[in-house]
Write a protein that binds this ligand. Structure first.
Ligand code: NDP
Length: 250
């Protein structure tokens, strides 16, 4: 954290799962857009420290917190600390997510609940923590990170697809609840993006997915961040309840 003397009036963006992959790219992109950044991560201290350094060097004030998004109280504390230390949260992005891919027949209860708790409950906890202060200020933008699996389903991902479909339903419903309070809520639905999460997939699976895209390639985290940047900004002032695929034309 920088000292209060260094404070400026930059808007604040809060990003769950900001330390790696898509969340990291979003943090860097929103800092480039002029935001101070509060991000959380679950365990990878090194990745978080690297990002914190990079963001600080770019001129952003930064709050990096180890917070498990499945823990509602911890997410609330993080959101409160963000408002206290950086200022009002103007933008929230829910990027923390995990996979535990396997056919339903092989799936353990833990596989199911870990994924739903992290991806769906985690997104809910973040929205719940930021929405009331946003309502009081009658302004804010929330961007959730869903997936094409949540739109179309995917064999081997019943848990993940269900969690991501839930994120879409949460997004559209919340958009309807808070639109008149000046808050927009949108989702991005990425296809196959090059991150640690997709690195564990077989090359054959990746080739099959890539072959089904119009652009014939996987996507970059920065390309998802670009879409998030748009939805979070005033450029998207008449866009809410939308689900923007960022999937190369799957
Ligand atoms: P990564 O595995 O690269 O990064 C995941 C990030 O989420 C890390 O910062 C990780 O922190 C954090 N995280 C995971 N679990 C928790 C938790 N319980 N509490 C707090 N932070 C947590 O994933 P991606 O960047 O690829 O994925 C980001 C989002 O995009 C996810 O929601 C994912 O479902 C979605 N997505 C990804 C696609 C892809 O192809 N990569 C496609 C479609 C959607 P730490 O490192 O400390 O564990």
């Amino acid at each position: 954290m920088n000292s209060p003397e260094q404070r400026t009036s930059r808007p604040v963006a809060l990003i769950s799962g900001g330390s790696r992959g898509i969340g990291r790219a979003v943090a860097l992109r929103l800092a480039e857009d002029g935001h101070d950044i509060s991000f959380c991560f679950r365990g990878d201290e090194q990745a978080a420290a690297n990002l914190e350094k990079e963001l600080t060097a770019s001129g952003a004030r930064v709050l990096a917190r180890r917070v498990d998004v499945t823990d509602a109280a911890a997410v609330r504390d993080w959101a409160d600390a963000t408002e206290k230390e950086l200022g009002p949260v103007a933008v929230a992005v829910t990027s923390a997510g995990i996979t535990r891919d396997k056919p339903l027949l092989m799936m353990s209860d833990d596989d199911w609940h870990d994924v739903v708790d992290t991806n769906l409950d985690g997104a809910y906890h973040v929205c719940r923590a930021v929405v009331f202060p946003m309502m009081k200020r009658r302004s804010g933008a929330i961007v959730t990170v869903s997936s094409v699996s949540g739109l179309y389903g995917n064999a081997g991902q019943t848990n993940y697809a269900a969690s991501k479909a839930g994120v879409i339903a949460l997004t559209r419903s919340l958009a309807k609840e808070v639109g008149r309070r000046g808050i927009r809520v949108n989702a991005v639905a990425p296809g196959l993006i090059d991150t640690d999460m997709s690195a564990v997939l077989d090359d054959q699976v990746k080739q099959q997915v890539t072959a089904r895209t119009a652009l014939g390639r996987t996507g970059l985290a920065a390309e998802v961040a670009e879409a998030v940047s748009f939805l979070a900004s005033a450029r998207a002032s008449y866009v809410t309840g939308a689900v923007l695929p960022v999937d190369g034309g799957l």
